[in-house]
Write a protein that binds this ligand. Sequence first.
Ligand code: CP
Length: 385
Amino acid sequence: MTTATSAPWPHRHLLQLAGLPAAHLRTALALSRDFSRRLEADSAVGSLTELPADRRTPADSSCRGKVVANLFFEDSTRTRVSFSVAARRLGAEVIDLNSVGSSVSKGETVGDTAANITAMGVDAIIMRHRSSGSAHLIVRTLEGSASVSTHHTANTPSATTSPSALSTQHSTLPSPRPRNHHCSVINAGDGRHEHPTQGLLDILTLAESFNRLDTFDLSGLTVAIVGDVASSRVARSDIAGMTALGARVICIGPPTLVPQSLTALGCEVSHNLDQLLPDLDAVNVLRIQFERHETKPTTAPENAPRASSSNVIASVREYAELYGISSARAARMKPNAIVMHPGPINRGVELTPDVADSNRSMVLRQVTHGVAVRMAALQLCLNAP
Ligand code: CP
């Protein structure tokens, strides 16, 4: 049983959920819940500009005058758009920067890019990058290598960081860092490490589904994370956040995607989905990240995923038969059990379309919660001491 207290938020950056005290998780989740309710109340009205002034505060003015930079060096639909919507709902301005169209394409390092963005007076950097540890690297760059703040130093992603990717960047860190900066860094997904706001929105969805929105105490709930856990930053954030709040978390999939070593993160590991199905309150089904596996040439059509083969799983069809959530499997779950997926879905692989679109599916609810969670993250980090 976890105690249901919250605590003032002291973190200027949100880099990972691992190591965050449960009380701070509750603070972020409670604010997310409040924003979610506020957004739902407003949704009947339409654009925020149509709202009377007394309903525009504090949800949509607490970051007025702030500038938020979206630095997305890896593709995104949900995270990028929802951070933009969230920032605008808080009254902030948003700048979008991708590797294509920025000087990253000329070889500028991510550290240099962040330092230059900060030198322009930007208040927050939202960062997605394929390298684990890239968000931590930005913080070290901006604050000086000896002063990564709060809990993040204790849980830097050494186990999941690609040394080659990061050592290149370390060697080219800018020397004189911007002075008097107060720039927040929020990790929007770094390699296989973490995706903390996705973890929070998954927890918010879980808590809402099981009537835990008052306490965010997840004791008594069993959550399965099914699929490509080895490649997944979402899984690491979910495991950290959900176990800190009292849930039992079981990672399920073939040994190549769900190695026994994951138990070091505080979860259980199983390779037998069918055996566990009747015990589960929720399944969070992960996309097979073909692009992170070594791949062989594919003859897939132009609009298919960039890679659809893998040397980590022998057969996608066999994977779907063993670990895909079909209507037959969903029928074996508890009557009120839910199905989540962080997206994007490989329909017919991780989820059959009828399950993805069923009443059990919380997929779009998760996306809706993403805006509220990102509003909370921005408001908390931008107003941290
Ligand atoms: N869940 C998630 O991170 O989706 P995107 O890659 O579309 O942002």
